[in-house]
Design a protein around this ligand. Structure first.
Ligand SMILES: NC(=O)C1=CN([C@@H]2O[C@H](COP(=O)(O)OP(=O)(O)OC[C@H]3O[C@@H](n4cnc5c(N)ncnc54)[C@H](O)[C@@H]3O)[C@@H](O)[C@H]2O)C=CC1
Ligand SMILES: O=C([O-])CC(=O)C(=O)O
Length: 234
């Protein structure tokens, strides 16, 4: 079971929730956790667009668990407290679309070879590992609660006017729009309106260039699938 398999169940639920939000709370900030995030975020956007109330500053796909896993697993490899190994993760939220930028971390940039390959694989497939282990009984409940709270707190700090609150999140983004990929996760500064500034992804290592190459076509498919679902909905 991959996150994309959840599409058939979750797409209509997310669409209907988005339509209700558009009707009764069009100014709400919407934090989407339901999978597949790469498709459900475009579904929310397209639904709100249909209603004429979409504000891209207020819609977020929660990819924080990938950031939490990256810090945790890198910390294990380096034998360091995860708090001291923060990692930016860009792209989307499923397998090959999850691109951890270890080269940008002073602590993790030296990890290489087989250890690097295994670490990246574990970050990309950590969620699937949990889903398999729970064998039909749900997903990463507690760590998602932690990640959801972490992202929500960051957003609330930004909304309250705190400066310099920056974290990766999957938003409507200009970074790869020219390639038909108009949603992307990268570091985003959060401010009084929600999205204040979308940061570029910065310098990549040769390995990360390859990871990004694998990410983009998959992400494009996932986004298009979400949009097509709303276009076909009555
Ligand atoms: N973004 C992320 O990093 C993560 C996303 N997830 C996603 O979060 C979602 C929930 O995961 P779990 O809590 O493990 O699943 P779960 O199966 O334990 O819980 C799903 C809940 O949704 C309720 N539900 C079903 N249909 C509904 C409807 N039409 N309206 C309202 N509620 C409804 C069910 O009664 C159940 O309580 C899944 O889509 C999962 O893939 C989970 C972990 C991490
Ligand atoms: O795959 C799932 O349903 C859960 C998930 O997103 C994760 O743990 O990252």
């Amino acid at each position: 079971m991959t996150r994309d398999d959840l599409f058939n169940t979750n797409a209509s639920i997310v669409r209907d929730l988005a339509a209700a939000i558009g009707r009764v709370a069009p100014d709400a900030h919407i934090l989407v956790i339901s999978n597949p995030v790469n498709s459900t975020v475009p579904i929310v956007a397209a639904t709100l667009e249909k209603q004429g109330v979409f504000d891209p500053r207020r819609l977020f796909g929660v990819t924080t668990l990938d950031v939490v896993r990256s810090a945790r697993f890198s910390g294990e490899v380096l034998n360091k407290d995860p708090a001291s190994t923060p990692i930016t993760v860009v792209g989307g939220h499923s397998g090959p679309t999850i691109v951890p930028l270890l080269s940008q971390s002073p602590a993790a940039k030296g990890i290489s070879g087989e250890v690097y390959q295994k670490l990246v694989h574990r970050i990309q497939y950590g969620g699937d590992e949990v889903v398999k282990a729970k064998d039909g009984a749900g997903s990463a409940t507690l760590s998602m609660a932690f990640a959801g709270a972490k992202f929500t707190n960051a957003l609330l700090r930004g909304l309250n006017g705190e400066k310099g609150v920056v974290t990766p999140t999957f938003v409507k983004s200009p970074l790869y729009e020219s390639q038909g990929i108009d949603f992307f996760s990268s570091d985003v500064e959060l401010g009084p309106e929600g999205v204040a500034k979308i940061h570029p992804i910065g310098p990549l290592s040769a390995e990360e260039e390859k990871l990004l190459e694998a990410c983009l076509p998959e992400l494009k498919k996932n986004i298009e699938k979400g949009k097509a679902f709303v276009a076909q909905s009555a």
